[in-house]
Design a protein around this ligand. Sequence first.
Ligand SMILES: [Zn+2]
Length: 184
Amino acid sequence: MTFTWTPHRFAGGALALDVANSVVLRFDPARRIDRYADPAAMDAFADAASLHCAEREQAQALAPVPPVRRSTFIGLREAIDSHFRAEATGEGTAALLARLLEAIAGTLRLSGADPRALDTATAHSALRLAVMAEPERLKICPNCGWLFLDRSRNRSRAWCDMAVCGNRNKASRHYYRRKEGMRA
Ligand SMILES: [Zn+2]
């Protein structure tokens, strides 16, 4: 079965977070999958982001990252994840922010800030996130560990994607309740 970038994979609510979430189950070394490890999948991400990303208005018809810029782009992805993951848990540091800003600057230097390139668009998205007015909207999904931006009016979103992680969690809570009921 070939891998496809479904709308669920753009649940991050911002292009930079969707890019960070290309590593699935980051916290679990045994099951962690880097979807960018396959260059064809990494190229296909650009098209899918233009269709499904919450920032698609700023990310229209994105071009894939050329091979010579891939390692810089991966460096940007890792800096995005480290910084915003720490921010979401209140553990952000000046060093992580500095690393992110350096990665953004390096990416833009290399891409010539070409607005149609995926790496440029990701760097711009990361900058918007870094200065956003309501940083408490940045969250980590308790089921899958993805980063996401809670764009709901009352900031009540708990899961990256209610249909995927929320339902799974509801199902397991239901299971435990039943188990406890049986024991009683
Ligand atoms: Zn999730």
